[in-house]
Design a protein around this ligand. Structure first.
Ligand code: SAJ
Length: 455
């Protein structure tokens, strides 16, 4: 059985690349010009396709048509590649969906935010994009969903909207696949180019066409599968990491209560070559881990209620509160209540040496301390402002007169703290270490009251 005029079904499923796509005259449209859409548009333009980006935000369209990246952040190679592709006429942007009428490929890369309270994805942008794409879809086009979605979304939400709006049949008149993105801030072009990618079509023909398209830009391996499997893999790979971190946090809490150092336990456990215990810490932030477990669970609602990944989320979400309890315990030992105490939070970003504060554990910690009447002061060398909080950039200013330092993010700067100097600035010498940044024995020797996750 062959797929169209250039695929062999067996080859596709053996995972061999469908090399040799003739890009001449082929047009690709990227719907959604965010931190995934912009680099992927630039990469396909560089591969020889004529690329048009669509976004509803006119400012983004204007910036891209000037060859300027519409978002900030240090992204190696992106600004130059984008400028070159626009200057060479290979890439442009518009708000007009009618360009899809001439497209051979359409990538859906719109935001798919997740409401952590209701634990439901927010698909307004996805549904709207599918409606507009469907209205302009022509026979023979391949549509690929890159956004991270709950398992079943491509088949049960994207497909019906595209078919209803176009009057075409998915898998026959047009083709539909999902190729979940695996980008990370600071490594957008790198990850798009070098990370393996799962390509899941609603049928083998769609998978084959998507494999051929991505073989234009991918230097990592392409793994053919079906749409829902690709969606499950994407959410599972992050749920897996979240569970691993929750395990480390569980062992940390256990060790605290029996006076054992969890980091020594971790080091000795990991001496076994097939053990890889991750690091416990003040909490789990970011754009991926806090939501992907719930996306996975949302995809199985009514069929299977995951227990382990739900408990893992509860453990990880409980770590900021635990940090607050450690601060309270240390202040009590110093004869102070939390009420009215000045607490210095070191690190607002969710990840070391970045300015990314999405779902940072610092936010719930600050809130918990404020509820107890503490007066938090936040320091972060990278973050200028987030959620109304403007961290101090000067460390001495942030520590001056403090009753407790809580280390939330392992920014490199914090590993060089001069403890004698820090103590001289503080009103009450207390350190609560959420990331194993300072040495417990050294702190105690220098007269600090010490608490630490897992120690
Ligand atoms: N964290 C821990 N202990 C650990 C590792 C992380 O507490 O051992 C915390 C971090 O402090 C942070 C949060 O978890 O608050 C997330 O950290 P992360 O290292 O997982 O970084 P992310 O959120 O940027 O995760 C991304 C994911 N990549 C994609 O979704 C494409 C994840 O799948 C990757 O494993 C991870 O990057 C990576 O580091 O490669």
């Amino acid at each position: 059985m062959t797929l169209g005029n250039s695929y062999n079904l067996r080859e596709v499923h053996r995972g061999t690349w469908c090399l040799g796509l003739d890009t001449s005259g082929k047009r690709l449209v990227v719907v959604g010009l965010g931190y995934v859409g912009v680099p992927v548009a630039a990469k396909f333009a560089e591969a020889g396709l004529q690329v048009t980006g669509i976004d509803i935000v006119e400012r983004k369209v204007e910036l891209i048509n000037k060859g300027t990246c519409p978002f900030t952040g240090d992204e190696p190679g992106l600004a130059d590649l984008l400028e070159k592709m626009v200057r060479n006429g290979r890439l442009n942007a518009t708000t007009d969906y009618s360009v899809i009428q001439h497209a051979d490929y359409v990538l859906i890369v719109v935001e798919t935010p997740f409401d952590l309270r209701s634990r439901e994805p927010y698909y307004k942008a996805l549904r709207s994009a599918c409606k507009s794409i469907g209205k302009n879809l022509r026979s023979g086009t391949l549509v690929v969903v890159e956004s991270t979605v709950a398992p079943g979304t491509t088949n049960n939400i994207v497909r019906p909207i595209l078919e209803a709006e176009s009057g075409l049949k998915a898998g026959e008149d047009f083709f539909l696949a999902t190729a979940p993105e695996r980008v990370m801030p600071g490594k957008l072009l790198h990850n798009i180019t070098y990370l393996d990618r799962n390509i899941g079509g609603i049928n083998p023909e769609s998978t084959g066409r998507a494999l051929e398209l991505y073989s234009l830009i991918a230097k990592g391996n392409l793994h053919p599968t079906d749409a829902i499997t690709a969606e499950v893999v994407k959410t599972t790979e992050n749920a897996y990491r979240d569970v691993q971190i929750a395990f480390a946090n569980e062992i940390a809490l256990l060790c605290e209560n029996i006076g054992v150092d969890v980091y020594e336990v971790r080091e000795l456990v990991n001496k076994l070559e097939d053990r890889h215990m991750l690091m416990p810490g003040a909490g789990v932030g970011g754009h991926c881990l806090p939501k992907d477990s719930w996306l996975l669970a949302f995809g199985t609602r009514g069929k299977h209620e995951p227990k382990l990944i739900a408990v893992a989320r509860e453990i990880n979400d409980g770590m900021p509160r635990h940090m607050s309890e450690l601060c309270e315990s240390a202040l009590r030992e110093a004869g102070r209540g939390v009420y009215g105490s000045r607490i210095t939070i070191l690190g607002l970003a969710y990840l070391r040496n970045t300015d990314d504060t999405r779902n940072s554990p610092a936010f719930p910690l600050i809130k918990a301390l404020e509820v107890l009447g503490a007066i938090p002061t936040v320091h972060d060398p990278y973050v200028r402002e987030a959620n109304g909080i403007k961290p101090l950039a000067d460390l001495d200013e942030a520590i001056e007169g403090s009753d407790c330092i809580a280390i939330v993010t392992e920014h490199s700067q914090y590993y060089d703290l001069d403890l004698d100097h820090v103590k001289s600035l503080m009103r009450t010498p207390i350190i609560v270490d959420g990331r194993k940044v300072v040495d417990k024995e050294e702190c105690i020797k220098k007269g600090f009251i010490f608490r630490g996750i897992g120690r």
